[in-house]
Design a protein around this ligand. Sequence first.
Ligand code: KIV
Ligand code: ZN
Length: 534
Amino acid sequence: MNAPANGSAKDKDQVLIFDTTLRDGEQSPGATMTFEEKLEVAELLDDMGVDIIEAGFPIASQGDFEAVSEIAKRAKKATIAGLARAISGDIARCGEAVKHARFPRIHTFVSTSPIHLEHQMRKSEEEVLEIIAATVAQARNLCDNVEWSAMDATRTSIEYLSRCVDAAIKAGASTINLPDTVGYSVPDEIREMFRQVRENVVNADKAVFSAHCHNDLGLAVANSLAAADGGVRQIECTINGLGERAGNAALEEIVMAIKTRSDVLAYHTGVDAAKLTRASKLVSAVSSFPVQYNKAIVGRNAFAHESGIHQDGMLKNNRTFEIMTPDSVGAGKTSLVMGKHSGRHAFMTKLEELGYKLADNAFQDAFERFKNLADRKKHVYDEDIEALVDENIATAEDRVKMVSLTVIAGTVGPQAATLTLSVDGVHETVQATGNGPVDATFNAIHAIIPHEAKLALYQVHAVTEGTDAQAEVSVRLKDPESGSSATGRAADPDTLAASAKAYLSALNKLQVRRERGQQLGMTDELDLAARRGP
Ligand code: KIV
Ligand code: ZN
């Protein structure tokens, strides 16, 4: 196999991005992906400019072998690596799987730390040195591009690690990966490890050094960037930071840290950052691992602002509270999350965005209603605001308005409603029972406003997600004599309150129609004035 070794840097400041979502990422408990899902992820990684894709561990299963082989066949630009333990059968199988790639790589590893040598490998340092020389040479016979990793490198003495690296380079490895397998290192320490090993090994300049940091102490990205300062020019990482235990360094964070802070991190990568959000969503979907809301770069709150001060600043100049644009990571646009901390400025902007222009009084009224809603509901979505303003406009002229509603619901009936309505400004309260809380509520309305109109439709749906979502209720009332009908809609976090308001809205519409009908000589459908007697 004499394919050219891709994944080589264009200049000394390029940090190669080695993605191991399909290998280390897939090792996250519960993150197994299907064959088709792996192909889809690999295609996107290739397209977005990832330099090396570790497609799997071919010896692990037939499925892994087939996925690595197929990804190798399909990859257009990226180097395709497979992982192999320092075992002859693993390496041969890995060579078989990656050989189809335009740019294949065998990635073989062995433990080097005293604790692993004693308890896991049960081998001496000298024996492991021999294994390194033999396995790297075998891999090199199968593939021109060989990466060697020292598992648990950060808990290995610099002196022994340097001897191992020297052996691997002599046997033909062109990439030397020194993982922080257990996520134990801190930035200064890992920078020093790479600096010293590179200084100790005579042929160090014949290999690209690589960092592979786990996130057990939440330091994986910081350690990877410190490693770059120590001379590393390949960083191994995963989309969404997926990986064993607490995961690996997150690819999106590495790429954006390097891009955003190029003033102090004088490197660059070949990754198209505008595809990061898509990659994150895809990996989250196929691995069934949700992305933490406040996850850097790709979390759904990464470009969301709720506090009034931040929203006001953002409306004046987005650089006040954003160090990168959502566009730059393909995240659409900044969202000013409407909540109880939002101020008038943000609410006005949101209304304009939604196409509303309200006069001062109507705006003030809508703002107060919005604040009330935000106090009761965690997330106020655009749809909530639309429902709130629409309802506000619709009820402005209503003669019958709901003042309060208390409902006793539950399994032991009869269910009862205590309702107070304002009819032309006069309050009236009744109690009614019914076959269920909605029936009791509608009976209470009927008790205050007797009418002939029949319920022709009652529909409830959640305007937004979650158990605190606004319920939007539609009620259609039909007059049996004239056959005309009116539909009322209302939204409220309380389904029964929304139901009562929707019913009253339909009733008010019938009343308006009645008044207009009288002018046009049409029949009465209901007569609010007559209801109240002399
Ligand atoms: O964490 C680790 O040490 C690894 C190696 C197999 C590269 O994943
Ligand atoms: Zn790992």
